[in-house]
Design a protein around this ligand. Structure first.
Ligand code: PLP
Length: 379
């Protein structure tokens, strides 16, 4: 018998849409993918070359369970350079992507029945991670007019004696918005721990993103190489944690994962030390696509009240076309041959929205926008 925990975990809906689109592609239909949440760019050459050198030098063994020291030092230098915060390499745990580190962190933090506050909409895996570890996700709606930012007044009403953490994500998936400095500061003053998913940090086109560590050292930071450095397949991420959690986290990591992939860690050092120029190039291209996509979507009648300035997503109000985002996404896939992600995948409050990703070439985005526009006109 499959355990209840395994039977009950919901699928990753974005992957379902992607798989349906792939199946259409196998039938010879040309699909434009605006549903994907990963960079279309190849990993920067300097990173690939560093990995080649690491292989040649025999970096093919287990590493220290916390991660290669040079990588942890480079992560600390990165946080100091970017946010002016001091982190000790002993507080950094390197893992195979942020996803398994979420699992580690929540397993070190939650007793059954403990609550974690998350926004609605949110990255679709958050409630699944929490529920899988027998915690309770408590959702706080965030609204389009507010740029989908948490209001601390809405959070304070949901804090109970079971609240273990408040999870924030800036820049955000799915909304592409940043949490303002004032709101981040206000959230950092709450007594539960703050978990800050900073995986889209660096992908910012206007304004300034902040790290939670600028406001409190009681926070957990999750970050990784997948998005900023176009390294999704390398599976490399890290967790910065308060000292009292480090040893328990390390022990769980030793048991379940032993250490992160050695070659990827060596590649990660090069990403942090050598890839600034490549990142700047990608940022300029993303920004051009972002502005183009927002403009086209608005002209078609989608609602974008606060323009997204981070990550590579536009979370557009599609209520003028349908109140059922799953049906609308399917219709756009089947009739216009464009993959988009239904807002309902990100929580009940995401219903009526569609998430468009601009991690695709400007040519494909243009074609995708043309197809959707033509479909909506003849509907
Ligand atoms: C908000 C957010 N956090 C975490 C992840 C997972 O990233 P990783 O590749 O580091 O596991 C994603 C991936 O889409 C994401 O959007």
């Amino acid at each position: 018998m499959v355990s209840k925990r395994a039977a009950d975990i919901p699928p990753f809906v974005v992957m379902d849409v992607l798989e349906k689109a792939q199946e259409m592609a196998r039938r010879g239909i040309h699909v434009i993918h605006l549903e994907v949440g990963e960079p279309d760019f190849d990993t920067p050459t300097c990173v690939n070359e560093a990995a080649g050198r690491a292989l040649a030098k025999g970096h093919t063994h287990y590493t220290h369970s916390m991660g290669v020291v040079e990588l942890r030092e480079a992560i600390c230098a990165h946080y100091f350079r970017t946010y002016g915060v001091r982190v000790d390499p002993d507080q950094v745990l390197v893992g195979n992507g942020t996803s398994p580190l979420f699992f580690l962190l929540l397993s070190a933090l939650l007793e059954p029945g403990d609550e974690v506050i998350i926004s609605d909409p949110h990255y679709c895996c958050y409630p699944n991670f929490i529920t899988f570890l027998e915690g309770i996700p408590v959702t706080v709606p965030v609204y389009e007019e507010d740029g989908f930012q948490f209001r601390s007044s809405a959070i304070s009403g949901r804090i109970t004696d079971r609240t273990r953490a408040i999870l924030i994500n800036s820049p955000s998936n799915p909304t592409g918005n940043l949490l303002s400095e004032a709101r981040m500061r206000a959230i950092s003053a709450f007594s539960p721990h703050i978990i800050s998913d900073e995986i889209y940090q660096g992908l910012v086109y206007e304004g300034k993103a902040h790290s939670i560590l600028e406001f409190t050292d009681r926070a957990f930071v999750l970050n990784g190489f997948s998005k900023l450095y176009a390294m999704t397949g390398w599976r490399l991420g890290y967790l910065i944690a308060p000292r009292e959690f480090i040893r328990p986290l390390q022990k769980i990591n030793q048991n379940f994962f032993i250490s992160a992939n050695a070659v990827s860690q060596m590649a990660g050092i090069a990403a942090l030390k050598e890839a600034d120029e490549a990142v700047r190039r990608m940022l300029a291209i993303y920004d051009r696509r972002r502005r183009y996509m927002i403009d086209r979507l608005k002209k078609m009648g989608f609602g974008i009240t606060v323009e997204p300035t981070g990550a590579f997503y536009v979370f557009a109000n599609a209520k003028a076309f349908s109140r059922d985002s799953f049906q609308l996404a399917l219709e756009i896939l089947e009739k216009a041959h464009v993959g988009v992600t239904p807002g309902i995948a990100f929580g009940a409050n995401g219903e009526g929205y569609l998430r468009f990703s601009y991690a695709n070439s400007i040519e494909n985005i243009t074609e995708g926008m043309d197809r959707i526009e033509a479909h909506l006109k003849r509907r």
